[in-house]
Design a protein around this ligand. Structure first.
Ligand code: GDP
Ligand code: MG
Length: 229
């Protein structure tokens, strides 16, 4: 098969999956440089550790369909583009995100100390209602640990974040982190606390959703323009 053919095949599969999901959630991965954000994304999408992780150039992007409580949800995940060094991640990157993984490195207190800044940015530039899971990554580096589980879980509790320690290297809790965040968003949609039809909610109905047909009548053009699948 030629490269063009395989790319075309992938595009067709992507479009097909986009059309069978019930929801589409935009997720961000934020946190200081070197905490393992790109590796977490790679582990979640490819189920393997990214050995040659260079600093991310441009926005890295991944998507995967997951099953959450019987609903199929397409997670569209954006990985910061190296600007985290300068904390100059743009407003357009944050805009309309439904969920975020806020990552620090358990073996680097410095990355833990910057969490408050990242949190402020997420809540002011994305949405005050953004669902955030705090991820203490590099859980495998126990011997070099600088941040205890207990203090990070207190920080999470005080700031209304979910919390997990993860390892992009071993894969431990990586899937759980994304799923936990998606499950919470879905629960909030079902309880009416989150409205997918609100502009900038970071949530769209997939074509498989019965709500989609109703929603499409008035906003077909707008929806088509927003759809990045
Ligand atoms: P980013 O700048 O936040 O995107 O970080 P990267 O994903 O590029 O990872 C930075 C460095 O940390 C790389 O050398 C990775 O190999 C390493 N790394 C990432 N995740 C883990 C992990 O879970 N455990 C260990 N031991 N190293 C990791
Ligand atoms: Mg990166």
């Amino acid at each position: 098969m030629t490269e063009e053919n395989s790319l075309l095949g992938l595009a067709v599969i992507g479009v097909f999956f986009c059309f069978i999901s019930d929801f589409l959630f935009k997720f961000l991965v934020i946190g200081s440089a070197g905490t393992g954000k790109s590796c977490l994304l790679h582990q979640f999408i490819e189920s393997k550790f990214k050995q040659d992780s260079n600093h991310t150039i441009g926005v890295e992007f991944g998507s995967r369909i997951v099953n959450v409580g019987g609903k199929s949800v397409k997670l569209q995940i954006w990985d910061t583009a190296g600007q985290e060094r300068f904390r100059s991640v743009t407003r357009s990157y944050y805009r309309g995100a439904a969920g975020a993984l806020l990552v620090y490195d358990i073996a680097s207190r410095e990355t833990y100390n910057s969490l408050t800044n990242w949190l402020t940015d997420a809540r002011t530039l994305a949405s005050p209602n953004i669902i955030i899971i705090l991820c203490g990554n590099k859980k495998d580096l126990e011997a070099e640990r600088e941040v205890t589980f207990l203090e990070a879980s207190r920080f999470a509790q005080e700031n209304e974040l979910m919390f997990l320690e993860t390892s992009a290297l071993t894969g431990e809790n990586v899937e759980e982190a994304f799923l936990k965040c998606a499950r919470t968003i879905l629960n909030k949609i079902e309880s009416g606390e989150l409205d997918p039809e609100r502009m900038g909610s970071g949530i769209q109905y997939g074509e498989a959703s019965p709500r989609h047909a109703k929603h499409m009548h008035g906003t077909q053009l707008q929806n088509r323009q927003q759809c990045n699948c």
